[in-house]
Design a protein around this ligand. Structure first.
Ligand code: ADP
Ligand code: ADP
Length: 219
């Protein structure tokens, strides 16, 4: 389970996240929805130990990300700007992540195939990948450790319609397997097609925490 407890983050005078509390349960795709600048990325970064909360706690399975022994085996993450390594071939980038996280090398071929990057794409360097391919590579990296928890920040960015369809099926399958899946987006319509639960924020504060059906019905 993913848990935010009275989570806050200030950058100088900017309050990016403001006393946010919510829980994300296994077995669902939970959409993390809010307009641009509402604090989604900051929240994701705090879950992943990349930003320190100013107050409160961000926990995954009851623990802080920093304290996980093999982070990629426990939490698969996609963050903007961290999908590909510019100078490293796609397959090498994954192999490097696998080696440094105690993940068997055969997983590299498995996730490349899962992400539709087997073949020529796997031999391209990060800087030679299209936006959509880079996004697929970032998602492949998130799946590398076969993690029970997925945290994806705007995964649809750069994907073509076929990619969006692929991602949707993948996330539903992962949730059906009992994993915990949190996916941020600023687009309600797109999120409602994939997620069955929603956590909605605005200006760093919680606006709604419900099923998609209840949210759409205005309950
Ligand atoms: P979202 O992901 O929902 O678009 P962000 O978490 O990126 O929102 O941003 C929330 C707010 O925090 C915005 O006002 C943004 O400008 C600010 N912010 C985010 N990161 C930083 C930073 N490193 N320094 C200063 N302000 C930041
Ligand atoms: P570099 O800093 O070498 O250019 P990146 O910016 O791609 O590499 O990544 C920064 C750090 O995050 C590195 O330690 C890298 O291994 C790690 N990393 C990259 N992608 C992921 C991912 N999807 N999940 C977890 N860690 C990652």
């Amino acid at each position: 389970m993913i848990l935010a407890e009275q989570l806050s983050k200030r950058y100088g005078r900017t309050v990016a996240v403001d006393g946010l509390s919510f829980a994300v349960r296994p077995g669902h795709v939970t959409g993390f929805l809010g307009p641009n600048g509402s604090g989604k990325s900051t929240t994701m970064r705090m879950f992943l130990g990349l930003d320190r909360p100013s107050a409160g706690r961000a926990l995954i399975g009851g623990r802080r990300y920093d304290s996980l022994r093999h982070p990629l085996r426990e939490v698969g993450a996609l963050l903007e700007g961290r999908c590909a390594h510019p100078g490293r071939r796609a397959a090498h980038h994954l192999l490097y992540l696998a080696r440094s996280n105690g993940i068997p090398a055969r997983r590299v071929d498995e996730v490349l195939a899962l992400a539709g990057l087997d073949g020529a794409a796997a031999r391209r360097r990060g800087r030679g990948l299209s936006l959509g391919m880079a996004q697929r590579l970032g998602i492949a990296a998130a799946l590398l450790g076969d993690p029970p928890v997925l945290l994806l920040d705007e995964p649809v960015n750069g994907l073509d319609p076929e990619g969006v369809h692929w991602l949707r099926a993948l996330l539903r399958r992962y949730a059906a397997e009992g994993r915990t899946v949190l996916v941020s987006s600023h687009l309600m319509a797109e999120t409602a097609l994939t997620a069955d639960r929603l956590v909605v924020i605005a200006r760093g504060r919680l606006v709604a925490d419900s099923t998609v059906d209840d949210f759409v019905a205005g309950a």
